[in-house]
Design a protein around this ligand. Sequence first.
Ligand SMILES: [Zn+2]
Ligand SMILES: [Zn+2]
Length: 141
Amino acid sequence: MTDYLTGGCLCGAVRYSCSGEPISQGLCQCERCQKQSGSSFLIAVVYEGAAVEIDLAALKTYTASDTDGAALNRHFCGNCGSATMITLDRYPHIRSMMGGTVDDKSRLKPTFSLWCASGQPWLELPAAIELFPDYPDGLIA
Ligand SMILES: [Zn+2]
Ligand SMILES: [Zn+2]
């Protein structure tokens, strides 16, 4: 039996489901993810693209470059603005689902955090979460 992770945006216009287990789960504290989330980090739940079913019609996309100049696409609900998914030219085979949009938050088990060097100084993460000052290549997928 296949296990599904489901989620959606605040207004309900965007819904998705992901089959099986994620490749990885982590946090990103880079300045851009802080801006997009309006918070201290984004939660990335990373799946193979083939495992993700999502209706793209309700999504808008903001594309900017990552630190290496490759396109990084931030997909958000065109109605309520919820950050829902990130796709990357650098890792075209993955979909990074935003943990705040997951229905069952008990499924969230982040194991690392990226870009801790730009993190907000009051944030202390549990010891089980491995901290990286930047973005080690190959960590997320
Ligand atoms: Zn929405
Ligand atoms: Zn980030």
